[in-house]
Design a protein around this ligand. Structure first.
Ligand code: FAD
Length: 411
């Protein structure tokens, strides 16, 4: 009897399935609230954040029809400074958070028309962005090609380094006493109409009071749930390159290669360049519906280099350090699924698509509140998992400010 009781006392209050950036922030916040928390992941600290550019681009990432998501993105961007300060203080690690701003530029007349549309939408949403001529854009970033036709200066869109962020979150979890099970969760266990934990691929089971499914694009593949409860997430492939910018005397003599994030539509194709303080230059990203494929292709690399070169010709001189592909967890409305499901004690934190790094602080806060109070906070109601279920609690439709067009700057 005593053994049974002590075994039960050792059970976690919360099991988080998935130790990517979203699972880790959920676990850290949960442990900080005094909940005994365990993360299940064969390779915690991996996932899409190992590939992601880390743009915190609430304003330049605005798309028609996504104004509800914009509110969450802006709130999370606002949380970033205090979030990283707390994380860095807790771990002694840096997160690469850089308040560098963003310049979105156009390459030809069509691209400029597109950028004008984006500017108009940003203004209708009350966002801060300033229109620049091509010359003004080049004055800000002298490495830009002479053919750049105009730009949008967005001083509020910053960046962080997702690899450093993830490493810091992993350390913060360990320090806060989060347990780690290096295994794959294969099935959600339930009984009496409640979630009871998960079964692992090594045959063990892990029981807990509450279970959070935060397995990124894999979240919809777990067994044990009826179809209507499976999160409707899919993998959206993105290929990314990493180059090294000049450092030392060259940088001192000629100034920074790029000083802010530069995004563009180059003859209709989107591309971005994210310069880190440590000299890394991230070029991304393709957007491909290719299932679970993470192959880096010659075509993907060619397109990225071709468009980035058209924008910043001098980059062909830089050493190419890495090419990699990752999977964004896409949802039907491009917004995350957060909070309780129709199965009591099972929660979701997934579907963050192209904004998972940006939404890390907000997701941690929201899930901590859900796990401690059982309630989804008012500001997160539009992102409840039930919104896709027929007859389920549908989200209010996004207010569409203009007819939907293809106006994408990709992440
Ligand atoms: C090319 C690219 C560029 C991006 N750029 C940006 C950007 O600039 N800004 C931005 O905000 N976002 C960006 N993103 C999006 C962002 O990276 C993701 O939204 C975010 O990393 C998703 O995190 P996650 O923890 O939900 O999922 P993931 O990172 O996919 O992590 C899921 C974790 O779950 C684990 N797992 C899977 N199945 C199981 C299982 N059955 N049991 C246990 N563990 C499991 C995996 O091992 C993994 O560690 C980009 C993504 C890509 C691919």
């Amino acid at each position: 009897m005593r053994t049974e009781l002590s075994a039960r006392a050792a059970l976690p209050d919360v099991t988080v399935v998935g130790g990517g950036v979203i699972g880790l922030v959920t676990a850290w916040r949960s442990a900080q609230r005094g909940l005994r928390t365990t993360v299940v992941d064969p390779a915690p600290g991996g996932g899409a954040a190992q590939v992601a550019a880390g743009m915190l681009a609430a304003v330049t990432e605005l798309h028609y029809g996504e104004e509800t998501l914009l509110g969450l993105n802006l709130a999370s961007a606002e949380r970033y400074p205090s979030f990283v300060a707390e994380l860095e203080e807790a771990t002694g690690l840096t997160t690469g958070y850089r308040r560098c701003g963003t310049l979105a530029v156009a390459f030809d007349a069509d691209d400029r028309a597109f950028l004008r549309e984006l500017h108009a939408l940003q203004q209708r949403c009350g966002l801060e962005s300033a229109w620049l001529t091509g010359r003004e854009s080049r004055r800000l970033e002298p490495m830009l090609a002479p053919s750049v036709r105009g730009g949008l200066r967005v001083d509020g869109d910053h960046q962080t380094d997702p690899r450093r962020l993830t490493a810091a979150l992993l350390a913060a979890c360990e320090r806060a006493g989060v347990g780690f099970e290096r295994a794959t969760a294969v099935r959600v266990l339930s009984d009496g109409g409640r979630a009871l934990g998960v079964a692992l691929d090594d045959g063990r089971t892990l029981s807990s009071g509450q279970t959070v499914l935060a397995a990124g694009s894999f979240s919809g593949r777990i067994e044990g749930l009826p179809p209507e409860l499976l999160p409707p997430v899919r993998p959206v492939k993105g290929q990314v390159l990493r180059l090294r910018m000049p450092s030392g005397t060259a940088a001192e003599k000629y100034g920074p290669f790029l000083s802010r994030t530069v995004r563009a539509v180059v003859r209709g194709r989107p591309v971005y360049l994210v310069p880190r303080a440590d000299g890394e230059l991230v070029i991304g990203a393709t957007t491909e519906e290719m299932g679970w494929d993470t192959t880096v292709t010659a075509g993907g690399v060619y397109e990225l280099l071709r468009d980035a070169h058209a924008l910043v010709p001098g980059l062909t001189e830089l050493p190419l350090a890495e090419s990699r592909a990752g999977l964004r967890p896409g949802s039907p409305d491009n917004a995350p699924l957060l909070g309780p499901t129709a199965l009591p004690d099972l929660h979701l934190a997934t579907g963050h698509f192209r904004n998972g790094i940006l939404l890390t602080p907000a997701t941690g806060d929201i899930l901590a509140e859900v796990l401690t109070t059982g309630e989804l906070p008012e500001r997160a109601r539009a992102f409840r998992p039930g919104r896709f279920t027929p007859g389920g609690s549908a989200a209010p439709p996004h207010p569409v400010l203009a007819p939907p067009e293809s106006t994408e700057l990709p992440v």
